[in-house]
Write a protein that binds this ligand. Structure first.
Ligand code: SF4
Length: 435
């Protein structure tokens, strides 16, 4: 019998990508052939996001796109939107299964016969476990150099704009031994860099272990060259972790620390846990302790009550701090959140203008950061040859480097001398082949 085909589509954050990789591995383990999204398929799993309204409409489009190509495909939707948007999802024609957060990782077990349904079956629980969890599989990141590794889920913070505590529940962590087991598997699949992911990974806590113990245990995994920490809340990063990063050969000199706003009134209304000064002091301290560190941030534009003065304070703080780049998001009102009660909305054209300004500032800061490394030698983990002809990859402090070479250097970690810039890329020359 021809094996059934399964394809996957991920919306939203890095954690969703990590979870799709695990879900996909469970399908492969049950004999499915994994095909690319867009190819003809028998089953499609769409792992959704609910952070902005835009993500919800992308989910609807994805469902339609699968059914256009494969009208008989059994279509499953899981993830954050499946947790909070069941009623809306039920109205999308052609959906067969809706799986909420609690049962997300066992989607494959819920599909006994992938035959199209007259109306979608819903597997959903409003209660989400707060217990530690294990993931008994190795994520499938074929075609990717870096692999994500989920170490934590959920969040106990209650930022006023954020729906995630409602879609993913409270904070919970994965035991170190289970993280290390998957990391060994990822290394056996050829991955040299692992990106630690979760919702609020700085709050990782299991049996007395913190994020530092996770990193230390992973550093002992033979064949693993780099460990990267993904987005982490500023108030959750310990001095010990910073000290460890300063001297570690494997933990990347890189932190992505969301600021959201540089104005204290807005930060208070957002229910963030720091002031702009505390954030600035932290960033300056880390930059002084780890001189070449790549520091990035997320900033939200158009939060209710963000007036011109508040925006100007945010922009000048971002301009002053030693940040290499920022991701700019527009505020999007979400169900369940505290911020829904705020009424002083920022007009969309103002939000657009502010976003543009910050994106331009981010580009300038990135270029300035890259220029600091001119003529220096950095190690790059190469990922792919791009349409431009450059082979590209990242340094440990997250500089994207391109080189011109005829050699096949996917997944090679090579020293490169930085010699210029082109279109947001640091250009380099290979110092020696190998790696
Ligand atoms: S820390 Fe705040 S923004 Fe981040 S997931 Fe938790 S509630 Fe959301």
């Amino acid at each position: 019998m021809t094996p059934l085909r399964a394809s996957f589509y991920t919306l939203g954050c890095r954690l969703n990508q990590a979870e799709t990789a695990s879900i996909s591995a469970t399908f492969a383990a049950q004999g499915y052939t994994i095909v690319d999204f867009g190819e003809e398929t028998d089953v499609c799993v769409i792992n959704t996001c609910s952070v902005t309204e835009g993500a919800e409409s992308k989910c609807r489009q994805a469902v339609r796109s699968v059914l256009r190509r494969s009208p008989h495909a059994y279509v499953t939707v899981t993830g954050c939107y499946a947790q909070v948007g069941v009623e809306a999802l039920k109205r999308i024609e052609g959906l067969d299964l809706i799986v909420g957060t609690e049962d997300k990782m066992r989607v494959v077990d819920l599909i006994d016969r992938p035959e199209k349904q007259d109306e979608p079956r819903v597997v959903h629980s409003s209660k989400i476990s707060r217990e530690a969890f294990t993931i008994d599989i190795v994520g499938d990141y074929s075609g990717q150099t870096r692999a994500n590794l989920k170490i934590q889920d959920g969040c106990n913070f209650a930022c006023a704009f954020c729906i995630i505590p409602f879609t993913r529940g409270g904070a919970r962590s994965r035991p170190v031994h289970d993280i290390v087991r998957e990391a060994r598997g990822l290394v056996a699949h050829g991955h040299r860099e692992i990106v630690l992911t979760g919702v609020n990974i700085g709050t990782y806590h299991h049996d007395g272990d913190t994020l530092l113990e996770v990193v230390q245990a992973l550093e002992l995994v033979e064949g693993l060259d780099r460990i990267r920490i993904s987005s982490i809340e500023p108030t959750t990063i310990s001095d010990q972790l910073i000290d460890w990063m300063a001297s570690s050969a494997k933990l990347c000199s890189y932190l992505h620390v969301p600021i959201q706003s540089g104005d204290d009134r807005v930060l208070r209304d957002m229910k963030r846990k720091y002031t702009s000064t505390e954030f600035a002091v932290f960033i300056e301290r880390v930059a002084a302790r780890i001189p070449d560190i790549g520091l990035g941030t997320d900033v939200m534009v158009g939060f209710p009550g963000e007036d011109d003065a508040a925006f100007t304070r945010t922009r000048s703080l971002l301009a002053d701090l030693p940040l290499a780049y920022f991701h700019v998001f527009s505020y999007s009102e979400r169900p369940h959140t505290y911020a829904r009660r705020y009424t002083d909305h920022v007009p969309p054209q103002v939000v657009q203008k502010r976003s543009r300004e910050l994106r331009e500032l981010s580009e300038r800061k990135k270029a300035a950061f890259y220029r600091e490394f001119a003529d220096r030698s950095l190690r790059v983990l190469f990922e792919r040859r791009e349409k431009s002809g450059y082979y590209t990859g990242f340094t440990d402090n997250y500089i994207k480097v391109g080189v011109s070479t005829q050699a096949q250097i996917d997944n090679a970690l090579l020293p490169v001398r930085i010699c210029g810039m082109d279109n947001g890329l640091a250009l380099g020359t290979l110092i020696a082949d190998g790696g």
